[in-house]
Design a binder for this molecule. Structure first.
Ligand code: GLP
Length: 237
């Protein structure tokens, strides 16, 4: 695992460079998308590079990590809406090749894994990290062998995410997420963490044991992970 510690601005630029390199080498790469406030700087940089002609997504595809159950893509808190507004609508990607798990049709979540496999597998999976170590919405205790599935969100996650909703009652209770195994099958992974609230979990993820109680700790077992952190997220290392 490669760990890079720098300012939030610099880590966004460095992570963006990994996308530039990948898409130069493999223009039809499959990207794994993530939501949350952490990737916003990276997405803004990708938009800038795309507009400057330094990167093209025209042959790329994407599979996002997760979605709230019950929200369709027109809901402004759905992850489909987030991806469209923060990235896809501003770059030259073919929107029909961008996938977000459906929060409405949840009859066969693991079909998402088959779609990913049929497309050739994710080349570069982006991850943020929850305060409790979740990746995607794989909460503590999720088996490392899990494929895409429905999860009940923990109170701490609903609490952390309520800032985006009118009240906690409106935060969905369930989500559909790629499983830990789905994530681990990506050929390369970037995990980003920004801000002091992430410091304790970054210490647990990087310096603690590999345990299902800290889902992100599984990344210690992956052969190609780059962790980008700002100084505040790294302050307990
Ligand atoms: C959500 C998402 C995660 C994300 C996490 C952290 O719960 N499902 O994929 O990594 O929040 O979000 P933030 O980057 O806003 O701290």
């Amino acid at each position: 695992m490669k760990v890079i510690i720098d300012s939030a601005e610099n880590i966004a630029a460095m992570a963006a460079q990994q996308y530039v390199n990948l898409l130069k080498r493999k223009p039809n790469a499959i990207l794994g998308g993530a939501t949350g406030s952490t990737p916003l700087g990276l997405y803004a940089e990708l938009v800038r590079l795309n507009k400057a002609g330094e990167i093209s997504f025209k042959d790329a595809s994407s599979f996002n990590l997760d979605e709230y159950v019950g929200l369709d893509g027109s809901h402004d808190q759905s992850y489909r809406y987030f991806m469209d507004h923060n990235l896809f609508d501003h770059i030259d990607i073919d929107k029909s090749r961008t996938r977000v798990p459906s929060g409405i049709d949840t009859s066969d979540p693991a079909a998402y894994d088959k779609e990913i496999a049929a497309a050739g597998g994710v080349d570069l999976q982006l991850l943020g990290i929850g305060n409790n170590g979740h990746i995607g919405f794989n909460e503590p205790g999720t088996p490392f062998g899990s494929l895409t599935h429905i999860v009940e969100l923990t109170e701490s996650t609903r609490e952390a995410n309520k800032r985006f909703f009118a009240s906690i009652d409106e935060v969905p209770t369930h989500a559909v997420t790629m499983g830990v195994k789905t994530v681990m099958q990506a050929r390369s992974i970037i995990l980003m963490a920004i801000g002091p609230a992430k410091a304790p979990i970054m210490k647990a993820m990087l310096q603690g044991p590999v345990t299902e109680n800290v889902p992100a700790s599984v990344l210690q077992l992956h052969p190609d992970v780059t962790v980008y952190m700002d100084y505040e997220a790294a302050k307990l290392l």
